[in-house]
Write a protein that binds this ligand. Structure first.
Ligand SMILES: [Fe+2]
Ligand SMILES: [Fe+2]
Length: 177
């Protein structure tokens, strides 16, 4: 815990807790933001990608709560100004006017910034947990990191036009002509 700009870190566990509290705030904010991203999506595939990741994000929050328990602490939120800013960028895309397909691309642009931020954070915290000998925690953090990475890849494939590619896919090879 600590006020912004007023931290005291005497060991790596203090830092681990701080990083978990920051992520706990970030995930809570995302749980509020993702339904709005889904609602603003024109493509039904993009909408369902956001809703799927909303479910995963609820799981990320629960995993963090388990980790606080494991460390003998109450789950606490440390305001994450970076995530507030990323979500603000997302809401500007939600409010954007213009072509529906381009606006979907704008939602993806904002969402991928969020996923990369989470990937950076979870990678760091996983390494801290490893260094502190919390092997179970490190594995759980890696699981979340993998889900953030998969969400990011999914968004890339939607941005690359996976929707159109699927619609245009020719008959499977092997069918006789
Ligand atoms: Fe997450
Ligand atoms: Fe995420």
């Amino acid at each position: 815990m600590g006020l912004l700009g007023n931290y005291e870190f005497n060991n790596l566990e203090d830092l681990l807790v701080n990083q978990l509290e920051d992520l706990y705030d970030a995930e809570n904010r995302l749980i509020e933001a993702l339904p709005k991203m889904a609602e603003a999506s024109h493509s039904s595939q993009l909408r369902s990608a956001f809703l799927t990741h909303l479910q995963e994000t609820r799981g990320h929050k629960q995993r963090l709560e388990m980790m606080f328990n494991r460390l003998g602490r109450k789950p606490q939120r440390e305001t994450c100004p970076a995530m507030k800013g990323l979500i603000k960028e997302g809401s500007e895309m939600i409010d954007a006017k213009g072509d529906a397909t381009v606006r979907d691309a704008a939602l993806i642009a904002a969402a991928q910034r969020v996923e990369h931020y989470e990937m950076a954070a979870y990678g760091t915290v996983r390494t801290l947990a490893q260094q502190l000998g919390h092997a179970d925690m490190a594995r759980t953090l890696q699981q979340t990191l993998d889900e953030e990475g998969a969400a990011d890849k999914k968004l890339t494939s939607l941005a690359e036009g996976g929707i159109n590619a699927n619609a245009a896919r020719p008959a499977m090879a092997g069918a006789s002509a």
